[in-house]
Design a protein around this ligand. Structure first.
Ligand code: PEP
Ligand code: MG
Length: 615
């Protein structure tokens, strides 16, 4: 076991409380399987010092408002940390509670905040410089006091500097984070990672990811799974406990991060890494085998794609196509909008790489947690919406800003003209009423006519235009929507969120998020049957589709097309190949008679176990 504390890497780190060299186990939500051994790279560390900056006298009020906003954000963060204390070991609670109380006090009408405000007014300093100067002045006064308890003085000075760091971080936050400085093989730690941040991660460099915030089915989690980076999200106490450079073991399946791991923990982690590699090799052998049940029913296994970096993984997994191309990646980490040509240039190589296999492109699903800088200015209601997930999201926003939809449709139609017939499909997110599909189709047809007039090649028969079924409203109106749409893709991630009124990305309510809740399953069944009655293609592209244990139930409900993160395909294929459709249908009937989610889970686990034992 490591007993010496590692050298602090920065002057600031030296001011922090001493590290514990004892193993500390932090628990969070398991999000992406795999084990990582590496040093912590804590992105919550702000720059050592914000650059010195002064402001014009006319900007004093605005600068004071910036400070007020940062104080409010910091208060919120500290408050949130406090509500999570209960889940920590008692020892950690005792240590952290008074600290968080001290932070909360300093964020009130304290000497630090009053002093910083005065420095903005009198010295015309930028807020972050004012905060840092005031914190240093207060720390100096504390340290110069005559007191025998030198350690106590140091601790109090450290607390002032720590809260100044939090304020500085909130004041200097770069809208587009860069992860270029992360050392190879590090475990990235952050308070929160947005889907746009996750899109910047290089899986070849980053061993694992752990964050305080986030839930198992938010978009950040989906991205991390897609990239195959072992990850634990929603881990309370993490950023307080972890320091840059700390050795750690992250277990993405168990949802744990062990800081300063013992030799036993390390040895176990190495064994698990070797076991994962063997399992991958075994499943890799399934790549060329068809996804066909024991009684000869074919099942289509497609990949979801969030960023082009996943293309090699999709090919390796043996996907039969892309069932959900989330086009949001094109709009992330930039402050202007990609025009038709830029989008055409982005879709082309993806479609080409798939070599004629089907690609379903979903038009932009902006809104809710998928906040994107480039769009934030243009959609005024975003800023006033108290419930962004219920606001201008998905197709609603696109119909309000038709120029966005027109550019995207035009780029897709031009790509489709160069692909084999039927290879491209287009899909609308967040549909709730048939009218939305109708209105989008009018625009689709208009864009095709315009392109033809412009002399562009457009497929004679336009690619199919489908609707995602991801709200209870859409599921219950599926028969009406089916009359307007060419196909359905059931998005169980949002369907579960909206049905159960549980934010899919919120760690606080993650325990209530359950796609096996009978209400969700009934909506899946209802919309599947509405499609099948019209012989209309229907697939599932939410995270449920990638869970091998749920395959018997989904096949039993009539689903024959599943789209999932590429890494899940081999295991799902293995499940399909061990199943008989008649058994699945009988099993689904039994499940659908249940009203208790726990009982449903028992049945699902029991059936999966039976198949494993039989197989
Ligand atoms: C879904 O909601 O299930 C879905 C597939 O869409 P997204 O996860 O991108 O919201
Ligand atoms: Mg969705």
């Amino acid at each position: 076991m490591k007993t010496e504390k590692p050298e602090p890497r920065t002057a600031d780190a030296a001011k922090r409380p001493p590290r514990r060299a004892k193993e500390v186990l932090i628990k969070g939500i398991p999000v992406a399987p795999g084990v990582a051994i590496g040093a912590i790279f804590d992105t919550t560390e702000p720059p050592d010092e914000a650059p010195r900056r002064t402001i014009e006298a006319s900007l004093v009020e605005a600068e004071k408002q910036r400070l007020a906003n940062a104080v409010a954000a910091s208060k919120k963060q500290v408050g949130k940390l406090k509500t999570r204390l209960g889940v920590l070991p008692e020892e950690a609670q005792e240590e952290l509670e008074p600290l968080l109380d001290a932070y909360a006090l300093m964020l009130g009408d304290s000497r630090l905040i009053r002093g910083a405000r005065k420095r903005i007014e009198n010295e015309l300093l930028a807020a972050e410089c004012a905060v840092q100067d005031e914190a240093e002045a207060i720390a100096d006064i504390i340290l110069s006091q005559r007191d025998d308890d030198k350690a106590g003085l140091k601790r109090r000075a450290g607390e002032v500097r720590e809260i100044a760091r939090r304020l500085t971080r909130n004041l200097t936050q770069n809208p587009f984070r860069s992860f270029k400085d992360v050392p190879e093989g590090a475990i990235l730690v952050a308070e929160e990672l947005t889907p746009a941040d996750a899109a910047l991660l290089d899986p070849a460099r980053i061993a694992g990811v752990a964050t305080e915030e986030g839930g198992a089915d938010g978009h950040t989690a989906i991205m991390l799974r897609a990239l195959g980076i072992p990850a634990v999200l929603g881990a309370p106490g993490l950023t307080e406990a972890a320091r840059r450079g700390d050795p750690a073991v992250l277990d993405g399946a168990a949802g744990t991060i062990a800081l300063h791991p013992t030799t036993i923990t390390l040895g176990h982690a190495k064994d698990q890494i070797a076991a994962y590699a063997r399992e991958r090799q075994r499943l890799g052998k399934l790549r060329r085998l068809p996804a066909i049940t024991t009684d000869g029913e074919e099942v289509e296994l497609l990949a979801n794609m969030e960023i082009p970096a996943e293309l090699p993984l999709i090919a390796q997994a043996g996907a039969q196509g892309i069932g959900l191309l989330r086009s949001e990646f094109l709009f992330m980490n930039r402050d202007d909008l990609p025009d038709e040509d830029a989008q055409f240039a982005a879709y082309g190589p993806i479609v080409e790489a798939m070599n004629g296999d089907p690609v379903t492109i979903r038009v932009l699903d902006w809104g809710g947690e998928k906040d994107m800088e480039a769009l934030a200015q243009g959609v005024e209601t975003h800023h006033v919406s108290a419930n962004p997930a219920l606001g201008l999201r998905g197709v609603r926003m696109l119909l309000k800003r038709p120029e966005l939809l027109e550019a995207q449709f035009a780029a897709i139609l031009r790509v489709a003209a160069r692909a084999p017939e039927g290879a491209i499909r287009v899909m609308l997110p967040m549909v709730t009423v048939p009218e939305e599909v109708k209105a989008a189709r009018d625009i689709y047809d208009r864009v095709a006519r315009r392109l033809r007039r412009r002399g562009e090649k457009v497929p004679e028969k336009l690619p199919e235009l489908g609707a995602m079924i991801e709200t209870p409203g859409a599921a219950l109106a599926a028969d009406a929507i089916a009359l307007e749409a060419d196909f359905f893709a059931i998005g169980t991630n949002d369907l579960a969120m909206y049905t159960l009124a549980v934010d899919r990305g919120d760690a606080e309510v993650a325990h209530l998020y359950d796609p096996l809740h009978p209400a969700v399953l009934r909506l899946v069944q209802f919309s599947t049957e509405a499609a099948l009655r019209l012989r209309m293609p229907v697939s599932i592209c939410g995270e449920m589709a990638g869970n091998a244990r749920l395959v018997p139930l989904l096949l039993g409900l009539g689903i024959r097309s599943l789209s999932m993160n590429a890494g899940a395909i081999p295991r799902v294929k293995q499940a399909v190949r061990a199943l008989d459709i008649g058994d699945c249908a009988r099993f689904a009937r039994r499940v659908m008679e249940q009203s208790d989610p726990a009982r449903i889970r028992e049945l699902v686990d029991g059936f999966a176990l039976g198949v494993t034992e039989r197989g």
